[in-house]
Design a protein around this ligand. Structure first.
Ligand code: ADE
Length: 226
């Protein structure tokens, strides 16, 4: 998969995408990410990318010209399955959306800043608008990093244990059951005995019951959706 991310603050994305699972995916050649500095397409000596909002009001708006020049230069290299704009009023990211996006070949992600991007780009160019939650971040970069992580870890070969993503919370419509590791007794706190029993079917049944109980308690709407 190839992901191009357009931003005015490329540095904000370098750290999160270089480490852990997503960093490994890059090194293994499974996920190629290019972070594109929108300022390179800015106008004039100051490489301007934003301007005052028509109609007045506080805050700048990202201009359509530099954005379009940047998008078209990327499209000249490859075609994109989706052009995603990270926005607080976009569709809420969830596991099914991450699953669907992980099946695509090339994604472009636009990170907004200031008051956001000119509406005409949203209307005519963007194919998908994604929010990572009902709160406002100071820019789309951290949201883009979240999206790339959620999608990138699902690509075949990215995880060490290929099956592990299948057992994540949300993948089977349930949150994950509790997990324990050594020691079996820590400060009087015991690991549930069934997990030490070696009885695989009993363990599987226990995990399922725990996941169901947790889902009922923490995400009851996930059960109602079915
Ligand atoms: N940009 C600003 N806030 C955001 C959010 N919650 N999700 C996605 N992009 C954003």
């Amino acid at each position: 998969m190839h992901i191009s991310i357009i931003t005015v603050i490329p540095d904000l994305l370098q750290g999160p995408l270089q480490h852990s699972i997503i960093g490994r995916a890059g090194k293994r050649g499974l996920l190629e990410i290019d972070v594109v500095d929108l300022r390179e397409y800015g106008i004039g000596k100051h490489r301007q990318v934003d301007d005052y909002a028509y109609g007045g009001g506080a805050g700048m708006v990202m201009m359509p010209g530099p954005l379009m020049a940047c998008i078209e230069s990327l499209q000249a290299i490859r075609s994109y399955d989706e052009i995603i704009y990270m926005a607080p009023d976009g569709r809420l990211l969830d596991q099914p959306m991450a699953n669907r996006l992980s099946l695509k070949g090339n994604l472009m992600i636009l990170c907004g800043h200031y008051k956001g991007i000119d509406e005409r780009i949203r209307q005519h160019v963007v194919t998908m608008e994604v929010s990572i939650g009902n709160y406002v971040l100071s820019g789309g970069e951290l949201a883009a990093a979240v999206l790339v992580d959620a999608v990138g870890r699902l690509l075949p070969g990215v995880m060490n244990d290929e099956t592990s993503a299948l057992f994540d919370s949300f993948q089977d419509g349930l949150v994950a059951p509790p997990v324990y590791t050594r020691p079996a007794r820590f400060r009087d706190w015991e690991v549930p005995s069934v997990l030490l029993s070696g009885n695989e079917s009993a363990i599987e049944a226990w995990r399922y019951e725990q996941a169901l109980a947790r889902t009922r308690q923490r995400r009851p709407t996930m059960l109602q959706d079915e």
